[in-house]
Design a protein around this ligand. Structure first.
Ligand code: SF4
Length: 362
């Protein structure tokens, strides 16, 4: 007979089977899981929720991930690349509104003009904010030299989602070529960690072909890799992508949503001091999705401060929320949402990963 959820929740160590059991919990069992994860969050992280003002600065990408709406092979996308002065204006907004941190996110490019441009932007953002704004970047796979250059220019956190820790599943959702190699992804994550970034990763939840065992392995991978921060969300299909042909085999959106909440809860129980982002994709399924994630374990939220006219063109998935609000509207709405989730905004703080600090002191 399988173990009772209550019994598993009393343990300090969790086997893969325990994790699968927790991920499959329903009704009262799911409630018990959420009560536990929310207690652990309060004990280890507190009520503070930290902002990362998100600038999706360009949807030009050289890659062709089979699930992504802005993949290079999608001719229907209106491509944009926000001018540097607009990016700096958004950074100034984040600084003036005491966000504490921002995220620069864009499609993947590695040509030298692009690398130099990002280096320069990082330096300018540090300058305009008197070094006060923390910067996370999320611009995909790059050489170690580039990662180092951007670190030296002022970025101190990097988010590179592994999407799945299972190489076989990874190969089903990416083209089969050197540009989309699981091994390279792992090598990049290792470089980021070695350079000294607070290193973040994440996975998609509810992918075609994905099993509960895959998801349990994802959590064990994050633990083993000693990851500092995680951003993971439900997989939402996009009809202009090759993966869309498998849409009939997907679990329904609500089930993907609940499973994502359980993934966040289990991860919080297993990695008590990491930063966990409440993904925007949760809100695409449930209007209160991000607040629910904050309650049960997440502690980071990313208000979108991309200039409004470009937001509709950064659709990695469909039905993305908040694509037509200005940055000010976004802040007000966030404040109300976080209060509702019984959280407090850590204004003006970087909100660094405690795990990173604990890892350094080991
Ligand atoms: S997931 Fe990222 S790297 Fe892949 S196609 Fe989309 S933007 Fe490019």
């Amino acid at each position: 007979m399988s173990k009772k959820i209550e019994q598993i929740l009393l343990q300090d160590q969790f086997s893969k089977d325990d994790i699968i059991r927790l991920l499959q919990s329903k009704d009262d069992e799911e409630k018990a899981l959420f009560v536990k994860s929310s207690e652990i969050k309060l004990e280890n992280i507190g009520k503070n929720v930290h902002f990362r003002g998100l600038v999706e600065f360009s949807n030009i990408c050289k890659k062709d991930c089979l699930y992504c709406g802005i993949r290079a092979g999608n001719p229907k996308v209106d491509r944009y690349d926000i001018a540097d002065d607009q990016i700096l204006k958004a950074a100034k907004f984040a600084h003036e509104h005491n966000y504490g941190s921002m995220v620069l996110q864009g499609g993947e490019r590695s040509d030298s003009a692009f690398v130099d441009r990002i280096t320069n932007l990082l330096k300018e953002i540090k300058k305009l904010s008197n070094n006060e704004l923390g910067i996370t970047i999320s611009i995909g796979e790059q050489s170690e030299e580039t990662y180092k250059k951007w670190f030296d220019a002022g970025a101190h956190r990097y988010l590179l989602r592994v999407e799945s820790s299972n190489p076989k599943l990874y190969s089903k959702i990416h083209p089969d070529n050197d540009e989309h190699s699981h091994q390279t992804r792992l090598k990049c994550l290792k470089s980021l960690q070695d350079i000294g970034y607070q290193t973040g990763t994440g996975v998609m939840i509810g992918l075609p072909f994905q099993t509960y065992e895959d998801l349990a392995n994802d959590i064990l991978f994050m633990k083993e890799f000693d990851i500092d921060m995680v951003g993971m969300g439900p997989f939402i299909e996009h009809d202009q992508t090759p993966l869309y042909e498998h849409k009939d085999g997907l679990m329904n959106l609500n089930d993907r949503f609940r499973l994502t909440l359980r993934m966040i809860a289990v991860l919080r129980i297993i990695m008590k001091d990491i930063n966990i982002a409440s993904a925007t994709a949760l809100q695409a399924i449930d209007p209160l999705g991000r607040e629910k994630a904050l309650k049960i374990g997440a502690n980071i939220i990313m208000p979108n401060i991309t200039p409004t006219q470009e937001r509709a063109n950064y659709l990695l998935y469909q039905n993305k929320p908040c694509i037509d609000e200005g940055a000010d509207d976004c802040t007000n709405c966030m404040e109300a949402r976080i209060n509702m989730a019984d959280g407090e905004i850590g204004y003006g703080q970087w909100g660094d990963s405690k795990h990173f600090k604990n890892r350094q002191n080991k």
